[in-house]
Design a protein around this ligand. Structure first.
Ligand SMILES: C[S@@+](CC[C@H](N)C(=O)[O-])C[C@H]1O[C@@H](n2cnc3c(N)ncnc32)[C@H](O)[C@@H]1O
Ligand code: SF4
Length: 430
C-alpha cells in the first residue's frame, strides 16, 4: 500500500501586480502596459490599478488561513508603479490573514525609472526589506532594442539608491536581473555588462538566458528572420564568462540563474525550487499550497469571474486540498538539480511516497542514464547526492534533464499517473 503524506501548510506568499509601463519585446508575462507615465494613485492607469487592487485584496481575504508567513514576494509586472500606501495595504491584508513572522523576507520587484528616494523610503517604511531590480542591460542601445522603458542612467541611479538604503540598514538585500544572449550581444559586450553589474556592488544577481516566447515581438521577428541571436558557440562562451566572472567577484552560484554573496540568497525563490508550497494571489498568479498547483486566469475579466465564484461557493475545495498524496518526482528532480546542493534521489522518492521496493526497482535505470553525464563531468555524485557541476553541468543542464525525462516517461503509468502535482488551469476563456 502506498503511503500518502500531508504537506506542511505554506509559509510563503506571491502577489502578482500585472501592470507595466510597456511590454518588453521578449516578455510574455500576464501584464497590461499602461504607458510611460502610469502611476498607482493618480495619473494614467491609476483607475485600472485601483480596481485591480480591490480584487487582489478580496482574494487574500477569501483565502483559507494558514501559519504566519516567512517570505512574501510582490512581483509582476512592475509593482513599483504602485504607491507605498498601496503596497502597505497589501502587506496589511497579509498580516491580518496569516500574520508575518518577525524577520520575514519581504521582497518587491522594482523597475528603474519607476521610483525615487522618497518612494523607496515609503516602500521600506511599510515593511519591504528586499528589492529585485529589473535592470536587464547597462547598454542604452540594447535597452531600446529590447523595448525597455528605462535607460542606463536610470539603472545606475536605482542601484545607488538601493546601495544607500542597504548601507544605512533600511534594506536587507537587493538583487539585479540581467538577460544574456540578447540579439546582437557578443563576448566583449557581455563582458562589459558583467563588469558593470559587479561595479554596482549588488549582493545578488539573477542572470537569465533569453527565452524567445511565443506571441512576443521577438518571436514575431524571429519568424521573419529578423532576430540576430548570438551563434551557439558565442552563447556558450558567454555562459562560461558569466560563471567565471561572477565567481572571481566573490559570488556563489547557488542556482542555475542565481548568484549571491554570502548571506544574500533569496529565501523566497528557494521555496519554488525545493518543492515547498506557497500561496499565490492575483491575475495570472500560480499557487501551490499542499502540492496542488493552480494557475489563475490571465485576464482581468476572467479573474474577476473566478473570484465571484470563490466568493459565492467558498474556496474551491480542489484548490485548497489539505492532502496531496503524491507530487511529481520528475518535477522535484528538475527543480532540485537547478540548485547547487543537487538531489538525493532516494530522499525525494521517499518524500513523494515511494517505498524501498519502488526505489530499488526504478531508480537504478535513471542512474544508468546519467552515467554519460558523470563521465563527461556535467554531473557529479557526492555520497547519494547528484549535483550539476559549475560551469559545464549548469550550462548544459538540458542534456542531464532530457535523460531524466526519458526515464520518467519509461516508467509504468501507475507509477507516474498516481495522484500528483497537477497544473490546474482555470477553465474561463482568457
Ligand atoms: C517577470 S519579470 C519582472 C521584473 C520587472 N518587471 C522587470 O522586468 O524589470 C522578472 C525577470 O524575468 C526576466 N525575463 C522576463 N522574460 C524573459 C525572457 N523571455 N527571457 C529571459 N528572461 C526574461 C527579466 O530579467 C525580468 O527582470
Ligand atoms: S517590465 Fe518586466 S514584467 Fe513588464 S513587460 Fe518588461 S520584463 Fe515583462
Amino acid at each position: 500500500m502506498k503511503s500518502s503524506y500531508t504537506r506542511l501548510p505554506p509559509r510563503s506568499a506571491y502577489l502578482h501586480i500585472p501592470f507595466c509601463k510597456r511590454r518588453c519585446f521578449y516578455c510574455d508575462f500576464p501584464v497590461v502596459p499602461l504607458g510611460d507615465s502610469a502611476s498607482g494613485e493618480n495619473g494614467p492607469g491609476s483607475q485600472s490599478i485601483q480596481s485591480y487592487l480591490k480584487l487582489l485584496l478580496r482574494e487574500i481575504d477569501l483565502s483559507p488561513s494558514g501559519p504566519a508567513l516567512s517570505t512574501v514576494y510582490i512581483g509582476g509586472g512592475t509593482p513599483s508603479l504602485l504607491s507605498p500606501l498601496q503596497i502597505g495595504l497589501l502587506l496589511e491584508h497579509l498580516r491580518n490573514k496569516f500574520g508575518v513572522l518577525c524577520g520575514a523576507e519581504l521582497t518587491m520587484e522594482m523597475d528603474p525609472a519607476t521610483f525615487d528616494k522618497d518612494s523607496l523610503e515609503g516602500f521600506l517604511n511599510v515593511g519591504i526589506n528586499r528589492v529585485s531590480l529589473g535592470g536587464q542591460s547597462f547598454d542604452d542601445e540594447m535597452l531600446a532594442k529590447i523595448g525597455r522603458a528605462h535607460r542606463k542612467q536610470h539603472l545606475i541611479e536605482a542601484c545607488s539608491l538601493l546601495n544607500e538604503a542597504m548601507k544605512h540598514g533600511y534594506l536587507k538585500s537587493w538583487s539585479l536581473d540581467l538577460i544574456q544572449n540578447l540579439p546582437g550581444q557578443h563576448l566583449e559586450s557581455w563582458r562589459q555588462q558583467l563588469n558593470q553589474a559587479v561595479e554596482t556592488c549588488v549582493p545578488h544577481l539573477s542572470v537569465y538566458d533569453l527565452l524567445v516566447e511565443p506571441g512576443t515581438v521577438f518571436a514575431w521577428r524571429e519568424g521573419r528572420g529578423e532576430l540576430a541571436l548570438p551563434e551557439e558557440r558565442s552563447a556558450e562562451e558567454m555562459f562560461l564568462l558569466t560563471s567565471l566572472t561572477l565567481r572571481q567577484a566573490g559570488f556563489a552560484r547557488y542556482e542555475i540563474s542565481n548568484y549571491s554573496y554570502p548571506g544574500h540568497i533569496s529565501r523566497h525563490n528557494r521555496v519554488y525550487w525545493n518543492g515547498s508550497g506557497w500561496w499565490g494571489f492575483g491575475q495570472g498568479a500560480t499557487s501551490s499550497p499542499w502540492g496542488q498547483r493552480m494557475a489563475r486566469p490571465r485576464t482581468r475579466e476572467a479573474y474577476r469571474k473566478w473570484l465571484d465564484i470563490q466568493d459565492n461557493q467558498g474556496p474551491d475545495s480542489s484548490l485548497f486540498l489539505e492532502k496531496a498524496s503524491r507530487s511529481n518526482l520528475d518535477e522535484l528532480i528538475l527543480l532540485g538539480l537547478r540548485c547547487r546542493e543537487g538531489v538525493d534521489l532516494k530522499n525525494l522518492a521517499f518524500h513523494i511516497g515511494w517505498d524501498e521496493m519502488e526505489c530499488k526497482k526504478y531508480l537504478p535505470s535513471l542512474e544508468q542514464r546519467w552515467e554519460v553525464a558523470l563521465e563527461q563531468g556535467w554531473l557529479k555524485k557526492t555520497g547519494q547526492r547528484y549535483q550539476l557541476t559549475d560551469p559545464y553541468g549548469m550550462n548544459l543542464s538540458n542534456q542531464v534533464l532530457v535523460e531524466m525525462m526519458i526515464w520518467w516517461d519509461s516508467l509504468p503509468p501507475d507509477v507516474v499517473d498516481s495522484p500528483k502535482f497537477e497544473e490546474l488551469q482555470c477553465t474561463f476563456a482568457d
